[in-house]
Design a protein around this ligand. Structure first.
Ligand code: M6R
Length: 611
């Protein structure tokens, strides 16, 4: 949540920061602001989208070569000009942007108010900038020293970047819990919440770690810990192209990312699935195979869509590996004193690799002695670095707030893990192993086939764009797809939608069914097919409208449903990879038909870096 960008160097800072903030808008988009160093520090901030900052017409925007910017997802205080970042200290000496939450801001504010400080905003950030200033004044210390002292007293998560009057050639940044990447250029440096604002200028980056401070000038980066000890920066090469973070001719990132899936799944399988030799290579699993094969149980923690991927993995791993699996919301796991320790494997699933609750859940399980395996999309992210081992999903950057290609790539990695561990444990036969590999190899083509039906799904969307509620039902491997379909629809279209296991329908949700309720069945050919047919009949008997995702050649459900969305047949283990695609497309078109901003739905942010 919240995106920050900063620049220090030789070119005009404003266009670099403005473009960078637009790339980071997915992290929050209710207000934004930029501060630039001219003769003095000048700040412009506005409620609304980053585009509002284009109204800044002062001369400084063409001359300043140092600046900081922020796009906000409100935590403390409503979206407004006053609450937008950057925030300035009472003396006007310090200007700061912040991503995260200062949990003890209330008590710090009280202290400052007693000392006579005043506040223009309701934010925790304005408290922090004044807290640093107060320490600087009282201790007569440098900004760097004051930040070190202040950050030791601060409870919460942050990335901050601070500018100080009188020091036009220096930015100081610090991180704990929220992400920060520094792009290393020639005589210039770029700072951002992720690499997307940096990629077109340099591919050399440094990922700043928790409790580190970066003192940055055009020619130098000094990294230190909060104990003032120097740290040697580790410069990495970014494996990302600019084209990957642009829309490429699609109307929305979400649609582009849905259509990316044959390619992203191919990337996910590349170098792992070898059909010539019938091998599956997952280095992160192989290096720790005994940990997996001897695991007492596997705990999966995640949030949102990633949690749904975890539910599918529960079915996969229990079926193929006969290891008990528990799937937990990271936000519940971290607070409920779970029984976890040595012998447990904790799989953390996250697209961003920065989700605050998932991060803390990992820390907790790690401290207790569990082995941590990360299934992460964002390379170099906090979760990737905190894990003992892991497998990247290689879906490429996902910009649309709704997770689409990240989900299918997560499922692919998790399926590969289950197949690999199952073979090692001999809980699947060689014939099954070979069959699963053959099925996996066909997935990108089958996804492509579903995408080719998008016009007919658009027609289905037209019938339901005005619905008030929706019910999604599925069984077995397709039950988590029902949950995911409902989540996608509600976040993109603001239609109330619920997902249920189809058999649960009779325990309550059936009371909702009437001629106005669309019920979407994930009804592909699998072991539960006949049961699902009965459930559809039960809905039809109550005049509910039925939409069904069905397998090619299925005439029975086609004859019963009001509308169908057809997908190729696939082994039930991998069915979610295919059956989720029509629900993504349907949600997209319903959102568009309702005139909504599907890439940036209200109140949401792509990366939930606060709890
Ligand atoms: O980056 P993560 O996978 O950890 O994010 C988890 C959820 O915030 C995310 O999946 C969210 O539910 C998406 N908006 C769903 O489309």
């Amino acid at each position: 949540m919240c995106g920050i960008v900063a620049y220090i160097g030789k070119q005009a800072a404003y266009p670099v920061i403005l473009k960078g903030l637009k790339r980071l808008e997915y992290r929050g988009y209710d207000s934004s602001g930029i501060a630039l160093f001219g003769e003095t520090v000048n700040t412009f901030k506005k409620k609304g989208r980053v585009a509002e900052l284009e109204a800044w017409d002062e001369e400084i925007i063409s001359t300043a070569t140092v600046g900081i910017g922020h796009t906000r997802w409100a935590t403390h205080g409503e979206p407004s000009d006053a609450n937008a970042h950057p925030h300035t200290s009472n003396s006007g000496r310090l200007t700061l942007v912040h991503n995260g939450i200062i949990e003890n801001y209330g008590s710090l504010k009280q202290e400052l108010v007693q000392k006579g400080y005043t506040f223009k905003s309701e934010t925790d950030t304005e408290v922090l900038v004044n807290f640093i200033e107060d320490i600087q004044i009282n201790n007569n210390s440098s900004l760097e020293e004051a930040m070190r002292i202040a950050l030791k007293r601060v409870v919460g998560a942050y990335v901050i970047i601070v500018m100080e009057e009188g020091f036009p050639n220096r930015l100081i940044a610090a991180r704990k819990g929220s992400p920060l990447v520094i792009g290393v250029g020639e005589g210039e440096h770029f700072l951002a919440s992720d690499a997307s604002p940096i990629i077109e200028y340099t591919k050399k980056v440094i990922y700043v770690n928790d409790y580190e401070l970066a003192i940055i000038s055009p020619d130098e980066i000094i990294l230190k810990n909060l104990g003032n000890e120097p740290i040697t920066p580790y410069i990495q090469q970014l494996d990302m192209e600019l084209a990957q973070i642009e829309k490429g001719g699609f109307d929305h990132f979400m649609l582009k990312e849905i259509f990316d899936q044959p390619g992203s799944l191919t990337d996910c399988l590349r170098g792992r699935l070898d059909m010539e030799n019938l091998t599956l290579t997952l280095a992160g699993v192989e290096e720790h195979m005994s940990v997996f094969s001897q695991a007492k149980r596997i705990i999966i923690v995640a949030c949102g869509t990633s949690w749904h991927a975890g539910l599918v993995a529960e079915y996969m791993i229990e079926t193929l590996c006969r290891i008990p699996v528990e799937v937990e919301y990271a936000s519940e796991f971290r607070y409920r004193n779970p029984v976890v320790g040595e012998g447990d494997v904790l799989i953390a699933i996250s697209q961003s690799g920065e989700t605050a609750d998932t991060l803390v859940a990992i820390e907790k399980a790690k401290e207790a002695g569990a082995f941590i395996f990360g299934v992460v999309n964002a390379v170099g992210s906090s979760i990737a670095r905190l894990s003992h081992s892991g497998a990247y999903t290689h879906a490429g950057p996902e910009i649309g707030v709704a997770s689409t290609k990240a989900f299918t790539a997560q499922l692919t990695v998790l399926a590969m893990m289950a197949i690999k561990i199952g073979r090692e444990k001999k809980t699947i036969t060689e014939a099954e192993y070979n069959r699963y590999l053959a099925e996996l190899a066909l997935i990108p083509e089958k996804v492509k086939a579903v995408l080719e039906t998008h016009e007919s799904i658009k027609e289905v969307a037209k019938h339901y764009a005005d619905a008030r509620d929706f019910l999604f039902l599925g069984r077995g491997y397709n039950f988590p797809v029902a949950l995911e379909g409902a989540l996608k629809l509600k976040e993109i279209s603001y239609i109330h939608a619920e997902g249920y296991p189809a058999a649960e329908m009779k325990h309550g949700p059936i009371a909702l069914v009437d001629e106005n309720l669309p019920v979407l069945f994930i009804a592909t050919k699998d072991a539960y097919y006949e049961k699902i047919v009965s459930n559809i009949q039960e809905i039809k008997a109550r005049k509910g409208m039925v939409i069904a995702v069905i397998s090619e050649g299925d005439t029975q459900i086609r004859g019963m449903a009001d509308h169908v969305m057809v997908v190729p047949e696939v082994d039930e283990l991998l069915a979610p990879l295919i059956s989720v695609i029509p629900t993504q497309i349907l949600s997209y078109y319903i959102g568009v038909l309702r005139g909504l901003d599907v890439d940036k739905p209200r109140n949401l942010a792509k990366s939930v870096t606060v709890e």
